[in-house]
Structures are given as C-alpha cells and as structure tokens.
Design a protein around this ligand. Structure first.
Ligand SMILES: *Cc1c(COP(=O)(O)O)cnc(C)c1O
Length: 362
C-alpha cells in the first residue's frame, strides 16, 4: 500500500460535480483579494496581526480565553491530545471518530495514548455507554484522561449531537476528573443547522477547534481555542510539531474572510444535501440516511451496484463521490449548486436503472 495520495483514475474525464468532500473547495476571487490585502508579520514570533485577529475572533466565537492557529484540523487534534495526555493514558472516543480512522495513527505515534472505542448510532454515544467504559482505578489499568467528541459526527452521517446528550457526557467526564475535547471540524455546520451558538456546544469542552478548509472554504488552517494555560502548552507543541509559521496572515485573512462571508451560507449546503437525499431516496432499493447537515450517506448495493463500482462509473461521467466504510458519502459545499445536485441524482438514477437491466422509462 502506497503512502502517497491517489490521484483520480486515469482516463477519467474532468470532474464537473465534486461531491467527494467539502475539503475540495477552491478559494473564491473575493477570498483571494482578502489574502492579497492581508497585513502580515512573523507568526512564529507572535507578531502577525492578522493571525492575532483571527485567533481572538475564534476564541470569542467559541467562548474561550485564547486560541492558536494551526495548519490543519489534524494538528489541532494532535496538539490537544498531546497537551491533555501523557504516554500510556487512554482517550475515550466513538469507534468511528476521525482521530481513530484518519490521522495516520498520530495519537499512538506521537502522544503514546491508546484510544478506547465507544459504540452508538450515528457517531454518538450515551452517558450509559460512557459509564460502562469507566475502568476501576488500579495500577493495572491505563489512566483514562480525556473524552473526545465530534460535532458534527462525520462518519455518523454529519449528525448533530443534541445539546442535552452532549452536555451529559461532557459533565460526566468532568465528574470523573477527565478532560474534554471537541473535534469541531464541522461545528459551524451544527450551529447553522440548529441555530444553537457554537459556543453553547463548546461550553463544556476544555479544548475545541474549527476547521476552515471544510464548509468554510478557505485553502488551509484551523483554529484551536481553550484556556490561557492550555493555549500556552499547545503553542509549545505547535513549535515542536513544526506548525509555527511565518507570514501566516496571508492564510489567516482567508479564514477571517470565511468568518465574515461563509458561515450563514452553510444553510445552502444543508438544503442541497437534503435535496440530494430526497432525490436519491426515490431510486428503488437505494438506502439513504437522511442528512442533518451537508453529508449524505447511502448504500447502492441493494439497488444493483456495489459502492466502489458505482463510484468508478460515476467518475467516468464527471461525478466524484467517496467511499467511507460500507457507504458512499456525497458532500455538498461552496462549489456545489442546486443544478449540480439535480444532475448527480439523474446520473446515479440512470446508472442504477441500467444496472438492474431496466430501460430508462421503466
Ligand atoms: C477533516 C476532519 C479532520 C481533520 O481536518 P484536516 O484539516 O483535514 O486535517 C478532523 N476531524 C474531522 C471530523 C474531520 O472531518
């Protein structure tokens, strides 16, 4: 297995409709203008004014004392776990969480922690499940140190933790003396979908971060807020990990632009996801999970094709999808409009009708 990312299949036509991920957005001309105009300094020396402005704004948005700018969401998770835990500690998280499936084993390799996997529908778990995970304190058992939750739960279907359930598990973790961390890669999607302020979801988290490269459509960057003491330690890890930058205000300006222009419009992505799911649900045999935000998961197996085969065929029609676990994921974002959604439904319906050996009128 190669360690390098795979390019789209050879001989495939150019991608016209990219539902692969909300990470694939391109910065808009107006965002690029904001980047060009950014006032910059040496971020590593704490003298980039645009990075300061971004960190102050995200700390306020999430109701925390301070924040640090990092190149990626993955580095936010890595730095936070490094601050909260010591080698040999245990982190408790959902079995489908990003820290387990998609970060290259970073938390074992770098923090030396093990991760206990909780189960539960849609990427979430209950207080009872959490309670059952608690180990009796003994020198035989690892120290359970941190509870990590994802809002929204990506592999759960872009689902939104209800506030009560979220607060219960976070309160319970604190009662146990654990720290709490929120992977908020798509936290702003949850906030826009429910009208609940992001800081309300983050209130009981000792650390939380948002990604600027998902629905917010910036080219890079994520911001990790927490207490002054936490951020002080996170800065040391940023330095150690090579995440300290120089004229990073160029990128922070894109993130500030996204805060000003790209949050409310996440509602459009959610409407498009619903439109996509409603269209797909009309295809016989296709099981579609009803979306709460911008991710649509479906399984075409009963409708006539395996996921990987449908993805391969769609790629030849210029439609890009991804396979996540047993399901296909289609993701709506800044560069996807309603006409593209309708065409995607049409392409998938046509292909599956063909696969079942029915005529188009059948
Ligand atoms: C994308 C994602 C990350 C990682 O963010 P990057 O900026 O791609 O490193 C972490 N957690 C979740 C839930 C994500 O979707």
């Amino acid at each position: 297995m190669s360690n390098t990312p795979t390019a789209p299949a050879e001989n495939a036509p150019p991608v016209r409709i990219n539902l692969y991920s909300d990470t694939q957005t391109k910065p808009s001309p107006a965002m690029k203008d904001a980047m060009m105009a950014a006032e910059v300094g040496d971020e590593q020396h704490g003298s980039d004014p645009t990075v300061h402005e971004l960190c102050d704004r995200v700390a306020t948005l999430l109701g925390k004392e301070a924040a640090v700018f990092l190149p990626s969401g993955t580095m936010c998770n890595v730095a936070a776990i490094l601050v909260h835990c010591r080698p040999g500690d245990e982190v408790v998280a959902h079995e489908h969480s990003h820290i387990l499936s998609s970060e290259g084993g970073a938390h074992a390799a770098l923090a030396g922690v093990q991760i206990m996997q909780l189960t539960g529908p849609h990427g979430m778990f209950t207080c009872d499940t959490l309670q059952a995970s608690v180990r009796a304190k003994s020198r035989h058992a690892p120290e359970q140190r941190l509870l990590s939750v994802e809002q929204t739960a990506n592999r759960g279907g872009g689902t939104i933790w209800p506030r009560d359930q979220l607060d219960h598990v976070l309160d319970f973790a604190h009662e146990l003396g654990w720290m709490t961390h929120m992977d908020g890669a798509r936290l702003m999607n949850a906030a826009v979908a429910t009208g609940t302020p992001a800081r309300t979801y983050a209130a009981k988290c000792d650390s939380v971060w948002i990604d600027f490269t998902k629905g917010l459509a910036a080219p890079l960057g994520a911001v990790l807020p927490g207490s002054h003491a936490f951020i002080d330690q996170a800065w040391r890890w940023k330095q150690r990990l090579g995440g300290s930058m120089r004229q990073a205000g160029i990128c922070a300006a894109a993130c500030i632009y996204a805060l000003d222009h790209n949050i409310d419009r996440l509602a459009d992505d959610h409407a498009n996801a619903k439109r996509l799911a409603d269209g797909l649900a009309k295809i016989p045999g296709l099981s579609v999970q009803s979306p709460e935000t911008n991710l649509v998961y479906f399984d075409p197996t009963e409708a006539g094709l395996t996921g990987p085969e449908l993805i391969r065929r769609m790629q030849h029609k210029g439609l890009r999808l991804s396979q996540l676990g047993p399901q296909i994921r289609a993701c709506t974002h800044f560069d996807v409009d309603t006409a593209m959604v309708d065409e995607a439904v049409e392409l998938i319906a046509h292909e599956l009708r063909g696969a079942r050996g029915l005529s188009d009128s059948g």
